[in-house]
Design a protein around this ligand. Structure first.
Ligand code: HXC
Length: 514
């Protein structure tokens, strides 16, 4: 056969394999409002950048009636490509082929591209759309999952790992996304759970829909498993592309710098924060008032909203923001917000991204619920993450910084490089009312007019302690600054920290309070 005819034969085979599960299955996928695996990859990556590998891989299972079945590509597409020129390794499970179920060869393809990503030191994106372990392949498919989890763990902190849930992600399959850095979900399409509605009905007698059990909203608002929520697949891909612009390819690089841009003038920093410390404000407006182009890319926007995390640029450089949010629970720290902030800090630290912390909180949330939910253990994660992080750390105390909250939110004592405070900052063991009631209890009780005495003592306490100058006198704060100086100082602090060198004692690894 001539090379020309052999090439034609290749094209015929390629076209056949690229059809995945065939017309009917593709129609079913479209009826569910879902794109096919191939359409997803092409929509996400730069035009004509995708190169596929292992297109002709087939399953080798002989059990049940598998011997006669052809599963093109064994239900998963793998390859390399680029996003805005950044190299990417990618896999996308193809639900049209055996429900995207994970058999031995399917898993081998995924682990091959994971190994590539680690060797090439480039981000890995996994698009999950699968019925889980391929039932006919028994322990071989379980082994496949184990191999994936192992690689997710080794890759962690070396290359960014991104999971996209665009269909079912059931049973043990959920643990691969859970081991990765960012999980994207789409309303009405993503479903993630360990045991499905049928098992729950059989075992517990409870009826629940897949959506209510583990839909996109559940994981964005309740469990915190998802980091980004989108209303459509195309919106989700735009979010992924934007994320890729903020992060480096691997842990020995920095994120690519952009051209610096001034914040938009509609965010007037002097007008955002009310003088009365009891009045709330949206901390995202403070962020927008100080970052390039007022562009803040929020992560886990709908979960544990009392802390706000995300990326922005300061003078062109990617910066991670960790901020108390006074419009939710007065910005207190609790179990979920500690988890959320701690994990993000560890991502920034692994990938050379400086951290800016904006502080305004009354402390940790008191109450039996929080104590019993483990606020000690979860709260400790935040202390651990800040203490361990060696990237540049810049902290700004906007208003309240009370008690453990003062220490936990990137304080000097956890080795912030620069600590600034606005003139309205109040740094103390607790709020003036609580403090005065305790230390002046006797005077208040014995006074003829207890209320008047209490007010007087609160005022005295405020004047003495609830200001930034006691901390500034000890050098715990480097500068008390005017609000309008904030951006200038942040730009400077990050600029002068570019070559920061700091390390923690040599060890195999620490033991964070998981
Ligand atoms: C083999 C599977 C499969 C699986 C789906 N299919 N899941 N084949 N193994 N796990 C096949 C179906 O037989 C069907 O084939 C095709 O994929 C499409 O599936 P449908 O059921 O028709 O689709 P739909 O109605 O949309 O339902 C999707 C689904 C459902 C909700 C995902 O298929 C389902 O419940 N599947 C099983 C989920 C599950 O329990 N998986 C195992 C979890 S345990 P045909 O030929 O008819 O087109 C697990 C352990 C891992 O994963 C542990 C690791 C630590």
């Amino acid at each position: 056969m001539s090379l020309k005819r052999k090439t034609l034969e290749l094209l015929r085979r390629r076209e056949q394999a690229q059809q995945g599960g065939g017309e009917k299955a593709i129609e079913k996928q479209q009826k569910m409002g879902k794109m096919t695996a191939r359409e997803r990859i092409l929509a996400l990556l730069d035009k004509e950048s995708f190169h596929e590998y292992d297109l002709f891989v087939e399953h080798d299972s002989r059990e049940f009636d598998m011997a006669d079945k052809v599963f093109h590509g064994d239900g998963v597409i793998i390859g390399t490509g680029t996003i805005f020129g950044a190299p990417i390794c990618i896999f996308a499970q193809d639900f049209t082929v055996a429900g995207g179920s994970l058999g031995f060869m399917h898993a081998r393809k995924i682990t091959k591209i994971m190994d590539h990503a680690l060797k090439l030191r480039v981000p890995l994106i996994g698009i999950n759309d699968s019925g889980g372990a391929r039932i006919q392949e028994g322990v071989n498919s379980l082994a496949g999952y184990g191999e994936i989890f192992y690689r997710n763990t080794l890759n962690s902190g070396v290359i960014p790992q991104i999971s996209v849930i665009l269909g079912p992600c059931a049973g043990g399959a959920v643990y691969s996304p859970a081991l990765t850095d960012f999980v994207f979900v789409v309303d009405g399409i993503s479903k993630m759970f360990i045991t499905g509605p049928e098992v729950i009905k059989t075992v517990l007698g409870e009826e629940i829909s897949m959506e209510d059990l583990g839909g996109a909203r559940v994981h964005s608002e309740i469990t915190g498993n998802a980091h980004f929520f989108a209303n459509s697949e195309m919106e989700c891909f735009e979010q992924i592309k934007k994320l890729v612009t903020f992060i480096p390819w691997n842990n020995s690089r920095k994120a690519l710098a952009f051209k610096p841009k001034e914040p938009k003038s509609i965010y007037n920093i002097e007008k955002i924060v009310p003088g009365d410390p009891k009045l709330p404000y949206d901390v995202r407006n403070v962020i927008r008032a100080i970052v390039d182009d007022s562009d803040f890319f929020e992560i886990q926007e709908h979960w544990a909203q009392n802390v706000v995390i995300g990326f922005a640029r300061i003078n062109g450089d990617t910066t991670g923001f960790v901020c108390n949010q006074p419009i939710y629970l007065a910005g207190v720290l609790d179990v979920d917000s500690s988890d959320k902030a701690a994990r993000f800090i560890r991502f920034c630290d692994s990938f050379n991204i400086p951290i800016v912390t904006l502080v305004d909180l009354p402390g940790y949330l008191p109450g039996v619920d929080q104590e019993h939910a483990g606020v000690i253990r979860h709260g400790a994660k935040l202390l651990y993450a800040y203490s361990e992080a060696t990237v540049p750390k810049v902290t700004l105390i906007i208003r309240k910084a009370y008690g453990g909250g003062y220490i936990a939110m990137g304080s000097r004592h956890l080795r912030a490089d620069f600590v600034f405070a606005w003139p309205g900052a109040e740094i103390a063991v607790m709020g003036p009312e609580g403090a005065a009631n305790i230390i002046f209890r006797k005077e208040i009780m014995e006074a003829e007019d207890s209320d008047k005495m209490r007010k007087q003592k609160v005022k005295e306490y405020k004047e003495k302690f609830a200001n930034p100058y006691v901390a500034a006198a000890k050098g715990y704060i480097d500068s008390v600054i005017e609000p309008k100086e904030t951006r200038k100082l942040l730009v400077h602090a990050i600029e002068v920290s570019k070559e920061k060198s700091s390390s923690i004692p040599k060890k195999k690894h620490g033991i964070p309070p998981f």
